[in-house]
Design a protein around this ligand. Structure first.
Ligand SMILES: [Zn+2]
Length: 312
């Protein structure tokens, strides 16, 4: 069984020429390809696989980050094909009405030259803003398999891993004010609405937690991790009346992005399964022994999953 991870799925937007989204046409072609090559696993078969001794064959689809394109483009496409998907939603954009820093980075790098963004950051960056203890560790794991130009890579590493979260938000606020001053307008159209989440939930889609603030969980202490898990589920349960089951997905993914505390907290909250990013098939032993770290492929590892219209 293969789980596939998607982020942005939408048509090319000339306003953001460097944006790394999967084109909706390619998404359709990829669904055709999966149908013909592997087939899809039904929701019931997937959920039963945790208790049965039979491993279903085929593909399941997951979509991260609670993006509006998941309602506008993905949801209708899945419905027309009688398919289902799991949608992992970070909840702070709904409660704080503010974009997540990770998405602000995507927008800035999607619209502007990465060197320009890097220069702006380095002009205000000081050593005291860097989380020194993590730098060497994260260098080994992050973004090795993505295609990024040098400055895109530097900006992503700095923003996602190296700068402490408080300083990061301050730097991001300045960046957005300078480069994208209409942020609140962008934010309104960027994420799903609570109504859309509920509609998807009522129409056979699975809604899961992707934390509150989209942090690297392993960078947080136990109380902070507990907040991210408990509060995100609380919000999702309030907008859907009740979730059929709890499922979670680690922001950024990879074994470096969570720890034993995260797994214990997920087990304690009766989370049925969680997705990591590890590029291999799901085996029966994963479902039995490590349901809180199920492997997933990136869509770009399969035909039609590549990003087009990319200008570096
Ligand atoms: Zn994410």
């Amino acid at each position: 069984m293969k789980a596939i991870m998607y982020h942005y799925v939408r048509p090319f937007d000339p306003e953001y020429p460097n944006f790394t989204n999967l084109d909706i046409e390619d998404f359709r072609k990829q669904l055709d390809y999966f149908e013909q090559t592997f087939g899809f696993v039904s929701k019931d078969d997937f959920l039963n696989s945790f208790i049965s001794n039979k491993l279903p064959k085929g593909v399941i689809l997951t979509f991260d980050d609670g993006l509006s394109c998941h309602y506008n483009y993905v949801f209708p496409e899945l419905q027309s094909r009688n398919l289902w998907g799991i949608f992992y939603i970070p909840t702070s954009p709904f409660t704080k009405f503010k974009m997540l820093d990770v998405h602000r980075t995507h927008l800035l790098l999607g619209k502007f030259d990465s060197y320009e963004i890097y220069s702006f950051i380095s002009a205000i960056l000081t050593d005291s803003m860097l989380d020194n203890s993590k730098i060497e560790e994260f260098k080994l794991f992050t973004y090795n398999s993505q295609i990024n130009d040098q400055y895109t890579l530097l900006v992503k590493r700095l923003m996602n891993y190296f700068i402490d979260y408080q300083s990061r938000t301050k730097i991001m606020d300045s960046l957005m004010k300078h480069f994208l001053p209409n942020e609140s307008e962008i934010c309104n159209n960027f994420y799903l609405s609570s109504k859309q989440i509920n509609e998807m939930h009522l129409n056979n889609m699975v809604i899961g937690s992707h934390t509150v603030n989209h942090p690297v969980m392993s960078r947080l202490n136990e109380a902070e991790q507990e907040f991210e898990i408990a509060q995100s589920f609380k919000y999702l349960e309030s907008v859907t009346s009740t979730l059929d089951h709890k499922t979670f997905c680690y922001p950024y993914g990879g074994f470096h992005s969570f720890n034993d505390i995260t797994i214990r907290l997920l087990n304690n909250t009766a989370c049925k399964y969680s997705f990591n990013v590890e590029h291999r098939d799901i085996e029966l032993r994963d479902l039995r022994n490590s349901p809180q770290a199920l492997p997933r492929y990136d869509c770009n590892q399969f035909e039609h999953g590549q990003i087009r219209n990319r200008i570096i």
